[in-house]
Write a protein that binds this ligand. Structure first.
Ligand SMILES: Nc1ncnc2c1ncn2[C@@H]1O[C@H](COP(=O)(O)OP(=O)(O)O)[C@@H](O)[C@H]1O
Ligand SMILES: [Mg+2]
Length: 273
């Protein structure tokens, strides 16, 4: 296992120009007879935004759970050419894989800043444990962490909300806090599970622009599971389409948009969300 790098997203440690940051090779997983992923293979190029789309139950969240090590599938997942086989979720976080969840998980009674600071501990579980670790950190470490948090909040356009209680935030802004928390660990790959779910169409398009800018400014690669096709077409340089656990097609948006199998599997029910 490679040692964790301190700031993989900020230069140094970047993969070779053509090497994908993530390769999914023949990934399969079965839950009591249900093949949730069935021989899925595709590459995520380094930099920018790549999206995974597909109908409900297609296996998108399961794919993220396999990448972050929560589920163990068959097949192989490579991060910058290195197999993640056997690496625990915490080891994967330390290697630079961060994620947000389909349902935002914020500590309601804490401020935005306190929630984002939890992201500074990729080796620990968010929550009580991180609080305990936080209280033992040196003043210098804490100052440095606060600076990184301010930077992440600024990237997400929510720095003025640092002192606001999480419980008082509208849904769209909660999504931004969660993403800022993921960025504090300075990841090289961020997995975003339906970050635009539950926000308005206009907000989603704004969010799309924010993601593009974020990928550029942070240097992190964003892998996005998204139901909003409009958002995906706006941000993604590459799209993988899943249906019933199988990869339908992977490629550039213009190619994917015209693929008859995609139209049949997914684009037709765009209004469902
Ligand atoms: N832990 C699990 N146990 C049993 N079935 C699961 C589990 N996780 C996912 N599934 C099933 O796998 C399929 C894909 O689910 P999921 O990856 O959540 O789909 P998506 O995110 O694309 O909507 C679904 O049929 C779901 O019920
Ligand atoms: Mg899902």
């Amino acid at each position: 296992m490679t040692a964790p790098t301190s700031a993989p997203a900020r230069g140094g440690g970047r993969p070779g120009q053509d090497e994908p940051i993530l390769s999914i090779r023949d990934l399969s997983i079965t839950f009591s007879g249900l093949r949730a992923l069935d021989g899925v293979s595709f590459d995520v190029p380094a930099g920018g935004v790549t999206a995974v789309i597909g109908p409900n139950g297609a296996g998108k969240t399961t794919l993220f759970n396999c990448i972050s090590g929560i589920y163990r599938g068959e097949g192989e997942i490579l991060l910058s050419g290195e197999s993640l086989q056997g690496a625990s979720p915490h080891a994967r976080a330390a290697l630079g894989i961060a994620r947000t969840f389909q349902t935002p998980t914020l500590i309601e009674d804490d401020t935005v800043l306190a929630n984002v600071m939890l992201g500074g501990f990729p080796h620990t579980r968010a929550g009580l444990l991180s609080h305990m670790v936080l209280s033992r950190r040196s003043r210098r470490e804490e100052t440095e962490l606060r600076e990184r948090c301010a930077e992440a909040l600024d990237l997400m356009g929510i720095l003025p909300l640092a002192g606001t209680k999480a419980a008082d935030l509208p849904h769209g802004l909660r999504r931004r806090v969660e993403l800022a928390r993921a960025l504090v660990a300075q990841p090289r790959l961020v997995l975003l599970d339906e970050p635009a779910a539950g926000i308005s169409h206009t907000e989603a398009l704004e969010f799309a622009d924010l993601l593009t800018e974020l990928a550029e400014r942070s240097g992190a690669t964003l892998l996005l599971v998204e139901h909003s096709v409009a958002l995906v077409m706006r941000v993604a340089r590459r799209i993988a389409v899943l249906d019933f656990g199988k990869l339908v097609v992977a490629g550039e948006p213009s190619l994917v948009r015209q693929d008859p199998r995609v139209l049949a599997a997914y684009l037709g029910d765009e209004d469902e969300s």
